[in-house]
Design a binder for this molecule. Structure first.
Ligand code: GUN
Length: 291
């Protein structure tokens, strides 16, 4: 069994990105710039945004965080997005999700210029991804592809079960792994809350991507010997530690790991790969805008 070390892999990719950014700037261009919009003070969102800010800094990408109070109106956010779309000094825009209930998330996503949509959530980028055209792929599925590539895991002809159908992970992941490409060429089954026989389907899987957000959902008796298991879950479970929580994946790691050929840990598996994928997309956006 091999542990897929997202932390070390992401660090190596980060070093490559830092070199590319340095090279880019040495040609007299400005560094890539990412702008993030954060509404309210949700603890997890605050953490994600501060990680994104420090990741950018480490590779020489500049960034700005625009904060709004929870009471902000949809039009105020839209006005800001239109301003950022028009700003030639900004390459990438992300709006940290979830948004407060009174904001229509889809309207916000669709206001972003698709060529600055480094999260890959805009319908234009979703369409490009489905058709296999150049565009921005959401960070988590892209990071998982990178991890599979890094460890040379065979995917062609494999049966992949994706647990979860979210727009951010499950759906794009399922689509990408079904494409004629590497990683890809899989036969993909998507399971969700209305799938009656998840256990039987998982037992047939060569590759399982667990992205349900249900802590410890995938048990050892649901996994066949030699399977590849990728855990996207990062539920915050309260503890009495100083942080007040610990991160728990969707996979019962201790019991499942001995049966696997490859498995990701939580934390240190998919998370760091997601973070590095956003940096890759931001550099790509800069190249697109400053050709
Ligand atoms: N919330 C949870 N995941 C994500 C993500 O990948 N991007 C943004 N913008 N918000 C998120």
């Amino acid at each position: 069994m091999t542990i897929l070390d997202g932390k070390t892999t992401a660090q190596a990719i980060k070093e490559d990105i830092a070199k590319e950014v340095k090279q880019w700037v040495s040609t007299g261009r400005r560094p890539p710039h990412l702008t993030a919009i954060l509404v309210g003070h949700d603890g997890a969102s605050e953490t994600y945004i501060s990680h994104k800010e420090s990741d950018c800094k480490q590779v020489g990408i500049t960034s700005t965080i625009i904060r709004f109070e929870q009471t902000v109106t949809q039009n105020e956010i839209l006005d800001m997005i239109f301003k950022i779309n028009a700003d030639i000094n900004i390459d990438g825009i992300i709006v940290q999700l979830p948004m407060p209930k009174h904001i229509n998330e889809q309207a916000i996503i669709e206001a972003i210029d698709p060529d600055k949509d480094v999260d890959g959530f805009h319908p234009v980028n979703v369409g490009r991804m489905v058709l296999g055209l150049p565009g921005f792929v959401p960070a988590t599925p892209d990071g998982i592809r990178e991890l599979i590539r890094h460890y040379n895991i065979e995917t062609k002809g494999k049966h992949c079960v994706v647990l979860g159908r979210s727009h951010i992970v499950g759906r794009p992941m399922a689509n990408l792994l079904s494409q004629k490409a590497y990683p890809g060429d899989c036969t993909v089954t998507v399971c969700h809350s209305s799938t009656p026989n998840i256990k039987e389907l998982c037992l047939e899987a060569d590759i399982i991507i667990a992205a349900l957000g249900v802590p410890l959902f995938l048990k050892a008796n649901m996994v066949k010997w030699g399977a590849v298991v990728i855990d996207v879950g990062i539920t915050r479970v309260p503890t009495s530690t100083s942080s007040g929580f610990r991160l728990v994946g969707d996979v019962d790691f201790d019991a499942v790991a001995p049966k696997c050929s490859f498995i990701t840990p939580v934390p240190g598996g998919v998370g760091p790969m997601t973070r590095v994928a956003l940096l890759k997309n931001t550099l790509k956006a800069a190249v697109l805008h400053q050709k």
